[in-house]
Design a protein around this ligand. Structure first.
Ligand code: AHR
Length: 531
């Protein structure tokens, strides 16, 4: 059985011949002493995979790596927004460290202001001189007083700082079609109307050109507790009053189901008129856990990760359901909120804000399983937004409280970084024993001669040796990066902010085969150049 040393190997991450590969492990592995025939016999944890390098599924749209930021806890206030007069280093009020980390990762699209908050938000509260903005109670997230200092102009400014496309979620539950229509005019009409002139007076003569508009959020729950039919009736009214402004045709995103709720989707779709089909249909799907983030049992982790095959099934089934009403596939399927729900700790929530959760190696594996399945279902998805970007649930970044100076990249940030090379490439079909497994997962993508492979070994008890056949193609060079910890409950902390971060990892090439060892609890992305 071949096995590679954990951590820093002698020839890290660059191309090694099969001989060098075997030699590098010789000191640690008996397998190097075994005869060749035995050496290559499939080990008990061997995985044989076929990558169909010429069989494309669809484009891995960068938007599959989208993010979500809501007015909850310290996601906005104290997270990405600290205010212009803050002692915390900032760029026009945006936390500098957050801006820099997010810019480096690249955020394709950012959804705001909610979440549940969206259906209680009135956008006019958040424009104009800050001292004149009304103070309102945030009824969903703890009844704190929201001073509205982060509003539409600040949101667009933030998107511009980090290079993200803005996605605004409108208020259907307690708002009106006129209110949403006016918000669109404020954002997108070039000049000459009272609303566009107000935008110019607020510092932005240039239109914001916001294309993505959500028509409510979770209207089956916190957004109004409606049935699919009731929401469909409202959706039609909102859609009629959502014209193009400044040549920007709004891309209207309707509220989709909770998880794989087919009743909601059918009720909604069957009441629509063909003239008013939404552009997008947004489902929400979280991996519930129920244990404290840093104290999961093995069984608890297995149960939580088992959500991801269900999410994959939901994507396939909801896509098929939509196709039944819209054979031309004009309605895009979106996973608008997804991520990891652990048991919240009230002491941490008190100190750091509502929905605060720690990120661990387990969270990283969970998010990687999600991103791998989005690659595999790339032909069915337009956009997927992680909940949430800063300080809430399993975020990319965490700060040491709303007033804290520190900002760290979580294990989840590093998973997104490992998936970044897939963006805009064509997802490829991969043959494995169980393509949708929550224990061992693979995805692949390609652009020209660049081949990207991501492997996840989510098992806590077994290393895996992967033999990946490229069927008729050869890779001339390869390198790999690994995110790994022996402890699924370990994460990055303010004392050890980089404890779990990507490291180079050995990869071996042998003709048409890529060989790679995955320690237990690891995510590995390999990049190969096809010869
Ligand atoms: O992400 C937190 C909340 O989860 C959102 O506000 C809501 O849409 C979902 O239920």
């Amino acid at each position: 059985m071949r096995s590679l040393p954990r951590g820093k190997a002698p020839m890290l991450g660059r191309f090694m011949s099969r001989r060098q590969f075997a030699q590098s492990t010789a000191a640690l592995s008996l397998s190097a002493l075994l005869p060749r025939a035995l050496f290559s016999a499939p080990a008990s944890n061997a995985q044989e995979i076929v990558i169909h390098t010429d069989n494309e599924i669809g484009t891995v749209r960068p938007e599959l790596h989208g993010q979500f930021a809501e007015h909850v806890g310290s996601c906005i206030y104290g997270g990405l927004w600290v205010g212009k007069n803050s002692p915390i280093p900032n760029i026009n009020g945006y936390r500098k460290a957050a801006v820099e980390y997010l810019r480096e990762l690249g955020i394709p699209v950012l959804r705001w202001p909610g979440g549940c908050f969206a259906d209680d938000y009135h956008w006019r509260d958040g424009i104009g001189p800050v001292e004149k903005r009304p103070k309102r109670v945030n009824m969903h997230w703890g009844g704190y007083v929201e001073d509205n200092s982060f509003g539409t102009d600040e949101f667009i400014g933030f998107c511009r700082e980090i290079g993200a496309e803005p996605y605004i979620c409108g208020n259907v539950g307690s708002g009106t079609p006129a209110e949403l229509r006016d918000w669109m005019e404020y954002c997108n009409f070039p000049s000459g109307s009272s609303l566009s002139d107000a935008r110019a007076a607020n510092g932005s003569p240039e239109p914001f050109k916001v294309r993505y508009w959500g028509v409510g959020n979770e209207n089956w729950g916190c957004g109004g507790a409606m049935t699919g039919r009731e929401y469909g009736d409202l959706y039609r009214r909102f859609a009629v009053f959502a014209p193009s402004f400044g040549g920007i045709k709004p891309f209207l995103i309707a509220c989709g189901p909770n998880r794989n709720d087919a009743v909601w989707s059918r009720d909604f779709m069957s009441g629509l008129s063909p003239r008013l089909l939404p552009d997008g249909f947004a489902m929400h799907y979280y991996a519930e856990g129920g244990m404290p983030s840093d104290a999961y049992s093995n069984e608890g982790m297995t149960a939580q990760l088992a959500t991801f095959p269900l999410l994959e099934q939901a994507v396939i089934q909801q896509r098929a359901l939509l196709d039944g009403y819209d054979s031309g596939r004009n309605i895009a399927l979106i996973v608008d909120e997804w991520g990891v729900h652990d048991r919240l700790a009230s002491a941490e929530e008190k100190e750091y804000g509502r929905l605060w959760q720690s990120c661990t190696m387990r969270s990283a594996l969970a998010v990687a399983l999600g991103l791998n399945l989005f690659n595999r279902q790339a032909d069915k998805l337009l956009m997927c937004n992680l909940a949430q970007m800063v300080n809430v649930r399993a975020p990319l970044l965490q700060t040491d409280g709303p007033k804290g100076q520190q900002c760290l990249r979580t294990t989840v940030y590093h998973v997104f970084a490992l998936f970044k090379p897939h963006r805009a490439k064509k997802a490829l079909r991969v043959e494995t024993q169980n393509p949708s497994s929550a224990e061992f997962s693979v995805s692949a993508s390609r652009a020209g001669s660049d081949l990207i492979l991501t492997f996840i070994n989510a098992r806590d008890g077994a290393d895996v040796q992967v033999e990946c056949s490229l069927r008729g193609e050869r890779a001339g060079a390869a390198s790999a990066q690994i995110l790994h910890s022996d402890d699924s409950n370990a994460g990055n902390s303010f004392d050890h902010p980089d404890q779990i971060s990507p490291q180079t990892h050995p990869v071996n090439l042998d003709g048409e085969t890529v060989l790679i060892d995955l320690p237990r609890l690891s995510v590995v992305t390999a990049s190969a150049q096809l010869a």
